[in-house]
Design a protein around this ligand. Sequence first.
Ligand SMILES: Nc1ncnc2c1ncn2[C@@H]1O[C@H](COP(=O)(O)OP(=O)(O)OP(=O)(O)O)[C@@H](O)[C@H]1O
Ligand SMILES: [Mg+2]
Length: 332
Amino acid sequence: MNMAAIIQTKNLTKIYGGKVKALDNLNIEIEEGEVYGLLGPNGAGKTTTINLLVTRISPTSGTAIVNGYDIVKQSLEVRKSIGVVPQDLTTDEDLSGYENLKMVSRFYDVPNAEAEERIHKLLRMVNLEDVKNRLVRQYSGGMRKRLELIAGLVHDPKILFLDEPTLGLDVTTRTQMWKYVREIQEKLDVTIILTSHYLEEVDALANRISIIDHGKVLATGTSDELKSNLKGDIIIVAMKTDEDAATIMKYPGAIEAKENGPKTVRLKVQNSDEELPKLIRFVSDNSLSVTRLTVQKPSLDDVFLEYTGKEIREEEPADMRQTMMNMRRLRR
Ligand SMILES: Nc1ncnc2c1ncn2[C@@H]1O[C@H](COP(=O)(O)OP(=O)(O)OP(=O)(O)O)[C@@H](O)[C@H]1O
Ligand SMILES: [Mg+2]
């Protein structure tokens, strides 16, 4: 095993009910101190991966080493060394924030003095110090999520698992959560593994990303590496008329041409610097009118599309509805 790897999966496979192959010989390696993002469409196997690594479920075959312990043979040791923030909310709404954290510390047998110090440090980190004695049922959605986040850290785990940490939160609350996750990673000595449906989220938080689909890793790298592996640049051309747009669709220098809105075409070209002069000549030779022209470097969206053949924005996580229901119930 690589000395720096804190998690290593070895042909990790999960088949549900003898037929649904959710994970297919997954091999990933996560280094100590990383924020590692698992990105994939619905049913890709993200939650299954997390559930296996936190020993909530057992593999059909293969195994993984988490913090030096085997998830199959040493599940108890694995559990003690990790923190989990599952997608569904877990804190007790009839207790205060402080009482919830205290309960977690007792569960993990954290000595009292140490627990007190730790709890207050965590409350300060996520700005919940002022509301620590308020009942959780009176917390806002964002406060509640912050409490969930630190509840996974009370026993000072080496690794923190975050399954869809900002699912269902509004954009402002989401970016606020990112700030806290970053701070936790910087100030506490913890490796973070997160899954997300939001490309912006993995782009903002993860230093390495694996794109997975059908239980397999399709690509791994930093966000920049994944983007630069994509061959070609994107040129978006908006035309004055539908006829002009139809002509541009047939531009011979494009590897790929797609509609991208009304009278607008998205051209994928080998190299935009070389292609632009040719494109301009084509426009002039055909007497076309361009109203707007933009060159785009590939985004993580494009990377995702390239590897999975799907747009992530069309996706809604399978358990989203459940989460929304939980949230509604909690608000009552
Ligand atoms: N308990 C289960 N029993 C049977 N099949 C399951 C079970 N849990 C998950 N699956 C199936 O395994 C596959 C992977 O599911 P998983 O929940 O790991 O995906 P995911 O990447 O987390 O998806 P999402 O983004 O929708 O949360 C899917 O086909 C799913 O239907
Ligand atoms: Mg999931």
